[in-house]
Design a protein around this ligand. Structure first.
Ligand code: FAD
Length: 321
């Protein structure tokens, strides 16, 4: 079985979630017997990334370097991926579940007349048809969904696949595409990214603060901890509502939904609406002075203590490593 993986990059570096998608595709191809994994990469992806892409399990790469594809113009991406699908001889498209991934997948589903399942958490059960398990209700339950179309699209939930690292070097194959001008009708005229900031939705580690930090003037200890870990900073809703932190840092049901490898919640009670946005994190660490705080029930590790004492000590210990 041949599988095509659509990968995303951040200024030339392939995203971790895309390497997970390649590793997923590799396992799926192996389980089905003979087959290979091809990757479609769009825009200015660094060629030095191909070794990681090959190590994750891809044997072929189609790279379309047109710089207009850097901006994530969704319509054009869907057009190119559909053409790569036909060229690769694949039966399945795999990609990472993300806002760009979902937007491309839905358009691709129409173009290829392919059944699409998003938020996939395990390999399909092919003993009787093609059934995939996906995460629903913000990770509280699973649904098994059968895809009955010949062509299939799977969007893989972040942090559910171990990245393979021992694959061989892939072949980079030339690929000419024909993108209608109309696909570029929407234009991104500029992006505003603060220097040095780690983007919250993509971050591998997030350090987040709640009302327990008492005021915006106390955010320094949290930022220091985030800096020592290379983490993004988040906050609870009341914190952004009160103007202590910008709204784009608010995580939860009504804010940004994140799936980092590590989520550190400081002075946050763990209300259900907050958990809805963070409970897909691989590991959750809670720092709260109230041992009865509901967040401890969702935590992998907990520290009962005053944030103003615990956090600086934690930062010091991390810096000493
Ligand atoms: P609190 O509930 O006040 O908790 C503060 C915590 O800090 C307490 O547990 C306390 O023990 C601890 N603390 C105090 N001092 C210290 C200290 N010195 N050291 C350590 N710990 C300390 N909330 C979100 O976060 N995201 C959402 O998306 C969201 N959406 C919502 C949608 C709806 C429709 C509604 C009704 C609510 C929503 N909320 C959301 C709000 C949510 O219900 C909670 O009110 C909110 O998450 C609580 O924020 P908090 O934990 O920062 O504050």
């Amino acid at each position: 079985m041949s599988i095509l993986v659509y990968i995303e990059h951040d200024e030339g570096t392939v995203k971790k979630s895309s390497l997970e998608a390649i590793s997923y595709a590799h396992q799926l191809a192996q389980n089905q017997g003979e087959g290979d994994v091809a990757v479609i990469a769009l825009g200015s992806v660094n060629e030095s990334e191909w070794s990681a892409v090959g190590a994750a399990g891809a044997s072929r790469i189609f790279h379309v370097t047109d710089p207009r594809l850097n901006a994530g113009i969704i319509q054009a991406h869907a057009t190119v991926v559909a053409q790569a699908f036909e060229k690769s001889g694949a039966q399945i498209v795999v990609l990472a579940k993300s806002s760009l991934g979902d937007a491309v997948a839905s358009r691709l589903s129409v173009k290829l007349e392919a059944g699409l399942v998003s938020n996939v958490v395990s390999l399909p059960d092919t003993s009787d048809g093609f059934k995939v398990r996906r995460s629903i209700y913000t990770g509280k339950a699973f649904a098994d969904t059968a895809i009955t179309t010949e062509r299939k699209i799977l969007a893989i939930k972040k942090n559910t696949v171990e990245i393979k690292t021992d694959g061989a070097a892939p072949n980079v194959e030339p690929f000419d595409v024909d993108i209608p001008e109309n696909d570029f009708a929407a234009k991104i005229t500029g992006t505003d990214k603060a220097e040095g900031d780690v983007l919250l939705p993509e971050a591998d580690i997030v350090v987040s603060g709640g009302r327990g930090l008492k005021g915006p003037e106390n955010w320094g200890i949290l930022e220091e901890l985030a800096k020592s870990l290379g983490a993004a900073v988040g906050c609870s809703k009341p914190v952004s509502d009160m103007g202590w932190r910008p709204h784009h840092e608010h995580v939860g049901q009504t804010g940004v939904k994140i799936s980092p490898t590590l989520y550190i919640a400081i002075g946050i009670s763990g209300a259900i609406q907050h958990l809805a946005g963070v409970n897909s994190s691989k590991y959750i660490v809670v720092i709260n002075k109230d041992s009865e705080a509901p967040f401890f029930k969702a935590a992998d590790y907990g520290i009962v203590g005053d944030a103003f004492e615990v956090v600086p000590k934690l930062t010091e210990a991390i810096k000493a490593i």
